[in-house]
Each structure stands twice: as structure tokens, then as C-alpha cells.
Ligand binder design. Structure first.
Ligand code: SF4
Ligand code: SF4
Length: 149
């Protein structure tokens, strides 16, 4: 089945087909990065460490259909809960669509090409299997992978 051009502008997410909903995900992988929460302030810090089930060779979850069972903190974004999208990365395509009503110019549905590496976690993350938990704090980076000055 083909997807209509700019369908995301023509209807509300609640009316998206499953295929359309899935197509909004640009496969950037940013939501699969491990995050640390400051217990006092509630602030969230991103790391350059990624979930053990993330396949670094193709930027996809290896356990997509079991993800919520295997990783309780892996939140399943749906048409019903996407108004709570503030917990998604700022560069998440769903979040951008929710906040602006459009997809960014770099999104594969607009470029008709695979996502450019600069927008994905490709070559920027390491698997949590290779990082001891006590060293996670050493891996804190900004959401865009830059470091504080
Ligand atoms: S289980 Fe899959 S979707 Fe969930 S955080 Fe891990 S790699 Fe990402
Ligand atoms: S951050 Fe958003 S667009 Fe990127 S992989 Fe996760 S759900 Fe998809």
C-alpha cells in the first residue's frame, strides 16, 4: 500500500493507519539512548550509550515486538498517548510533528531518501553491554551529542 503525500498534514494522528504512524518514525534511534534522571531536580540527562537491544548495524530495535516487556522503561508511543510527548527527544519526528504540525525538512518522508547520518545515532553511540553501570555518568552528552563547554 502506498502512503499519500504529506498525509500528516491532511489528518490527525488518530486517523493515521498503522503504516502511516510507523512511517513518522525516522529511525534516528535517539529515544533508545540511556538517560539518567537527577532524583532531586527531575532533570533528564542523555548519554551516548544505547539500549542493549538496539542493532547498531541497521539502527533498528532487535526486539521491537517484545520491547515493552524486555525494557519496562521503553515507552510505546501511540496515537493515544502522543500528547505526553515531552519525554521524547527534542529531535524526535513525532515530537516535532506534535509541536509544529509538520515534519522537519530532513525527514525521509520529505527527502525521499534514508535519514542522513548526522540526524541519527549512527557512529555516535556504544551499546550498554559495553559500559558498566557505574560508568554511565561519564557518558553524559547533550541531546545532540555535543558537550557542554
Ligand atoms: S527495547 Fe528496542 S525500542 Fe526499546 S529502547 Fe531498546 S532498542 Fe529502543
Ligand atoms: S526518537 Fe522518535 S523518530 Fe527517533 S527513533 Fe525514536 S520514536 Fe523514532
Amino acid at each position: 500500500m502506498t502512503i499519500a503525500t504529506e498525509f500528516w498534514k491532511q489528518k490527525q494522528p488518530e486517523a493515521f493507519t498503522t503504516e502511516e504512524w510507523e512511517a513518522i518514525c525516522c529511525r534516528c534511534g535517539n529515544c533508545c539512548r540511556l538517560k539518567l534522571e537527577d532524583e532531586e531536580s527531575g532533570d533528564i540527562y542523555y548519554t551516548d550509550v544505547i539500549c542493549r537491544y538496539f542493532d547498531l548495524s541497521n539502527n533498528l530495535c532487535q526486539q521491537y515486538h517484545q520491547r515493552c516487556r524486555l525494557v519496562p522503561e521503553c515507552l510505546k508511543l501511540t496515537e493515544q498517548n502522543w500528547n505526553k510527548i515531552n519525554w521524547m527527544p527534542t529531535n524526535c519526528a513525532y515530537r516535532i510533528l506534535y509541536q509544529t504540525g509538520d515534519l522537519p525538512s530532513w525527514h525521509p518522508l520529505k527527502t525521499k531518501k534514508p535519514l542522513a547520518d548526522k540526524y541519527s545515532v549512527k557512529n555516535k553511540v556504544i551499546s550498554e553491554q559495553d559500559v558498566p553501570e557505574e560508568e554511565l555518568e561519564d557518558h553524559i552528552v547533550n541531546e545532540d551529542f555535543s558537550h557542554d563547554e
